[in-house]
Design a binder for this molecule. Structure first.
Ligand code: UDP
Length: 319
């Protein structure tokens, strides 16, 4: 299948592409390289340097390549930044996504996968969080994903547009090939930041908040290996011919920020000094996914559910 991948030079996109190319798909990467890296683009993918804000460029990409499906990874993704720059998120993330959807519809493409987020669930009533949980976005970032999910719902009803909305909990790890991993600038995510301390690139890690109602007072998150996320994309794409789908993706097990730091200490052998600082706005206390639905419907089974393995692969990559 010919698959257009926006954000294919980024962390998750570039690793999903490794899997797509391995199974014989042809990939067109569309990326503005603001955050992505040219070197992360798979050598067998066609690369288009372009911005989703430029509708003519999006249109011409669909016009030039015989696109059969779209995976949309390109997005501003920082919860904290979105609390300071709501227009960048509810503005650009949404507008760029709508430009892409508009051209996909106009060019007869009917298969689409959206990278969505656990930030849809700021105030969950049940834990782990399943797909029936009510949606309360935690930030303008989460709201931008919510709006795009709602648009997909209407495109399905109106045009029979088939989509999968995949709500990632905390993506981590690297490709076991060692070729691709997480490389953000600035880095804001917990595991890579902690590993930067072990590498001597950062003096200590500040844990955001120590008085959450959790077992040790720090936030709880559900970490999922990026390869297991990739597998979910592949299964979801295959299932789209039947119907649209929405899935929460995690391992169903939460770790506190302190436990994550401790796991990194064990993997790296470095003492990793840590201190507790103020809360980061937009952060809910606990986010743990129920992924029973994708297990049941698509037979998804994570290959690397252990946090220690996830950290080991990340550490291999960062070293
Ligand atoms: N976090 C932290 N210190 C950091 C970076 C993150 O304590 O330097 C916390 C953050 O507040 C959250 C958890 O680590 O509780 C995971 O944050 P991350 O940014 O990795 O992912 P998110 O949950 O925002 O997708």
């Amino acid at each position: 299948m010919n698959i257009l991948v926006t954000g294919g030079a980024g962390y998750i996109g570039s690793i999903v592409i490794e899997e797509l190319i391995r199974q014989g798909d042809a990939v067109i990467v569309f990326d503005n390289l603001y955050y992505g890296h040219r070197a992360a683009v798979h050598p067998e993918a066609v690369f288009v340097e372009g911005d989703l804000a430029d509708q003519a460029a999006v249109k011409s990409t669909f016009g030039t390549h015989d696109v059969e499906a779209v995976m949309h990874f390109a997005s501003y993704t920082l919860v904290g930044e979105s609390m300071e720059q709501p227009f960048k998120y509810i503005g650009d993330n949404v507008t760029n996504g709508l430009n892409l959807l508009q051209e996909a519809v106009a060019h007869g493409v009917r298969r689409f996968i959206l990278s969505s987020s656990a930030n849809l669930f700021f105030d969950p009533e049940r834990m782990p969080i399943d797909e029936d949980e009510r949606i309360v976005p935690g930030s303008p970032y989460g709201e931008s994903k919510n709006i795009l999910e709602r648009m997909l719902h209407w495109l399905d009803r109106i045009y029979g547009f088939r989509y999968a909305a995949l709500r990632y909990f905390n993506a981590a790890g690297a490709s076991p090939s060692g070729e691709r991993g997480e490389d953000h600038d600035p880095e804001t995510h917990l595991i890579p930041r902690v590993l930067q301390v072990a590498l001597g690139q950062r003096e200590r890690i500040t844990i955001f908040g120590g008085d959450y109602p959790t077992r040790d007072g720090t936030c709880v998150r559900d970490y999922i290996h990026v390869i297991d996320l990739a597998q979910a994309h592949i299964l979801a794409l295959q299932a789209l011919d039947e119907s649209s789908r929405t899935y929460n993706l995690g391992n169903g097990r939460g770790f506190t920020n302190k436990e994550v730091v401790e796991t990194c200490r064990r993997v790296t052998g470095h003492p990793i000094p840590a201190e507790v600082g103020p809360h980061r706005p937009g952060d809910p206390a606990v986010l743990v996914a129920s992924s029973e639905k994708i297990r049941r419907e698509l037979g998804w089974e994570p290959q690397y559910p252990d946090l220690r393995t996830i950290v080991e692969h990340a550490w291999e990559w960062h070293r």
